[in-house]
Write a protein that binds this ligand. Sequence first.
Ligand SMILES: CC(C)(COP(=O)(O)OP(=O)(O)OC[C@H]1O[C@@H](n2cnc3c(N)ncnc32)[C@H](O)[C@@H]1O)[C@@H](O)C(=O)NCCC(=O)NCCS
Ligand SMILES: Nc1ncnc2c1ncn2[C@@H]1O[C@H](COP(=O)(O)OP(=O)(O)OP(=O)(O)O)[C@@H](O)[C@H]1O
Length: 200
Amino acid sequence: MKVIGLTGGIASGKSTIGRRLESLGAIRIDADQLARDAVAPGSPGLARVVSRFGADRVLDERGELDRAALGAIVFEDPEALAALNQIVHPEVRRLYERALADASAQSGDAVVVYEIPLLVEAAREMEFDLVVVADAPADLRVERLVELRGMAETDARSRIANQASDAERRAAADVLIDTSESEAHTLAQVDALWARLVGE
Ligand SMILES: CC(C)(COP(=O)(O)OP(=O)(O)OC[C@H]1O[C@@H](n2cnc3c(N)ncnc32)[C@H](O)[C@@H]1O)[C@@H](O)C(=O)NCCC(=O)NCCS
Ligand SMILES: Nc1ncnc2c1ncn2[C@@H]1O[C@H](COP(=O)(O)OP(=O)(O)OP(=O)(O)O)[C@@H](O)[C@H]1O
């Protein structure tokens, strides 16, 4: 089994790359999805988030996690973000290890791609056979978040401020995928990477 760590700043194109690799035959694991599973309704993770931040601040009227409200708290307050990370990250790691074991049971020579936004922040480069970084300038990513996802510019910038810099991610990359041009340009680089991976 070959395990690729795929990272990049917010809206750098990780999912675009991860989905293409999946369509080419890789098994895809998405840390953002695992982080959602870690605080699913009724989970111990959600109970801990509520006890740390208060039901009135982070639950909606249906009793589910109000992700926008929690995001507004943590990305403006480093201590709150560290507390949330301490609750969610150990569970994400457990879920990842389980998904990896499932992938390995499914096929001994699978290529697994783990989409993990905080690979560099968590210094996890050594865990992967290959570190792939989606790379586009922060200003372009902000523009995409504002135009395509309707995020407020200040919110986009505060998330970026809580992540590694582009230079730090580049320094960790075995393979850099330029995601600053057309989507077709991104996908062509992914196809070339896949050909290299399976041809090796
Ligand atoms: C604060 C939360 C509720 C906001 O939810 P929301 O739906 O708005 O965003 P979503 O989870 O889809 O994340 C989108 C992007 O934000 C960035 N981001 C998310 N969490 C973090 C974090 N802890 N530190 C830095 N950037 C982050 C990433 O680029 C991610 O891809 C959520 O992001 C969360 O629970 N974060 C803590 C868990 C975490 O670290 N997740 C990242 C992968 S493990
Ligand atoms: N050349 C490109 N490569 C990749 N994505 C592009 C490109 N041009 C525009 N986009 C758009 O930019 C956005 C990138 O989003 P995507 O979900 O792939 O990034 P992400 O890194 O997974 O985001 P997040 O950190 O929020 O999970 C998408 O809306 C995508 O359509």
